[in-house]
Design a protein around this ligand. Structure first.
Ligand SMILES: [Zn+2]
Length: 453
């Protein structure tokens, strides 16, 4: 071979192996490696077993922060750092509840995040049952004076988030109950399960001028039992809900896979590190952290930087706002963002910003995702997850890898959110969908802001 021919071959090889734009073969490799890899499972197991429940502001949240730093390091991420922010944290104290009359027995109950406490000895009152939130809203203004309101509204099981979206307003209806004169508020757990585990979750914070009342969720069968008894006469319950607020610090924990082209911007992804306390936060949201970490690590030589954020306070709010505040002057360097925060079950569709599917760089992704049974949704992505909501509102495009949530709300925020309900095969599919998508987006030249409203 002449020197001239060697030179020409080298040029050809360089042109072939270093594509200017997204390389579908690399995305396919990332997808297939994910399907044979248990990295995500191991991460969920580690976080749930070694840290356990980790509400923002708790001692466990600080240990979770250190776990996050160590995990990034162990996985070979770069630019690992903490982004602290002030946190007015709600911490649960002792809690109990019981039916006193007509038939005494204990209630399965859990205080709602951001609730005020009862007096230290608890409180007693008669329960007024409303079959739905609308029934409470439409009731006369003085309907509930001196009473404990129960909204006993069942949640509908859906594949996507709409069942939850419809039901979750009842978790904040303490505001409505207080307006109607109630002294405390109980909600049937926002749950699709029939078991007795009460489901925690935050309520909307009290506004100045409102008269705060204590609020708790009770088990689905407990709510049905009270509703049944109330048909025949007064039901009196005793509630003891202790909690306090502390001013402390929370952290977003950040690591990066650096891109080869600093001018191409970053892709911001992640899951949230904080969790509710009855379970160990496996599907909410150790899974989101595991999926995005494992997927980012499978991307080969990205052109855009892939930045993984372990958000530090999703459940009671604050991490998305803190991220916007810290990065408000560099939002144009974020090409696109997304969060994994709907469990560990399979991805069924991918939503991208308007027009993105028509981009020549992105088009091959349809076929790459097809074997995973992931549909390219034609509905433009508007909800990338609650921790990227603030930067999205400030102009950052988002993506949504929509997960099958059919059984998610059986366990969400309850004692049953543990590793036991994570399906390893679906978790692998999830990582594969994220890895292939990230690989294509990281190498594409597409401007995702073009289609934004
Ligand atoms: Zn979550």
């Amino acid at each position: 071979m002449t020197p001239h021919r060697i030179f020409a071959t080298g040029l050809l090889l360089a042109a072939f192996t270093l594509p200017a734009f997204a390389d579908p073969a690399a995305a396919i490799r990332a997808r297939d490696r994910a399907l044979a890899d248990d990295t995500a499972w191991n991460i969920v197991q580690s976080l749930t077993s070694e840290i356990g429940p980790r509400p923002a502001g708790s001692d466990a949240a600080a240990r979770a922060r250190d776990w996050g730093l160590a995990e990034f390091k162990a996985m070979g991420f770069s630019n690992i750092h903490l982004e602290p922010f002030a946190k007015h944290a709600w911490l649960r104290g002792a809690e109990s509840g019981e039916i006193l009359t007509p038939y005494p027995h204990k209630l399965a109950l859990i205080g709602l995040g951001l609730s005020v406490p009862t007096p230290s000895g608890g409180m007693t009152g008669e329960v007024l049952v409303f079959p739905s939130l609308a029934d409470l809203q439409n009731a006369p203004a003085d309907c509930c004076t001196g009473k404990i309101v129960l909204v006993n509204q069942p949640m509908t099981r859906t594949q996507d988030i709409t069942g939850y979206g419809t039901a979750v307003a009842a978790r904040s209806a303490a505001h409505e109950a207080a307006k109607h004169g109630a002294i405390a508020y109980l909600v049937r757990s926002i749950s699709t399960a029939s078991n007795r585990s009460p489901h925690a979750g935050a309520m909307q914070p009290w506004a100045p001028g409102e008269k705060p009342i204590p609020a708790a969720a009770i088990g689905v069968p407990d709510a049905d039992a009270i509703a049944y008894l109330a048909k025949s006469g007064p039901v009196r319950v005793h509630l003891n809900l202790q909690s306090r607020f502390v001013d402390t610090t929370a952290w977003n924990v950040v690591g990066e896979i650096p891109g080869s082209d600093p001018g191409a911007g970053a892709i911001v992804i992640g899951g949230h590190l904080d969790s509710w306390d009855p379970g160990t936060g496996a599907i909410d949201d150790a899974a989101g952290i595991a999926i995005t970490l494992a997927a980012a690590r499978l991307v080969e030589h990205p052109k855009r930087t892939i930045r993984v954020v372990m958000w530090g306070s999703e459940e009671t709010g604050g991490s998305g706002a803190a991220y916007l505040e810290a990065h408000k002057n560099e939002l144009s360097s974020i090409a696109i963002a997304g969060e994994s925060d709907l469990g560990a079950d399979r991805v069924f569709s991918l939503q991208l910003p308007a027009g993105a599917w028509d981009n020549d760089d992105i088009k091959p992704l349809r076929a790459i995702l097809a074997p995973l049974k992931v549909i390219p949704s034609t509905v433009p992505a508007e909800d990338g997850g609650s921790d990227v909501e603030n930067i999205h509102a400030a102009g950052v495009p988002v993506l949504a890898l929509n997960q099958d949530a059919s059984r998610y709300f059986d366990y969400h925020h309850s004692a049953d959110d543990t590793l036991a309900v994570v399906d390893p095969a679906q978790l692998r599919q999830n990582v594969a969908a994220w890895a292939a998508t990230l690989d294509m987006l990281a190498d594409s030249a597409a401007d995702f802001r073009k289609g934004m409203k």
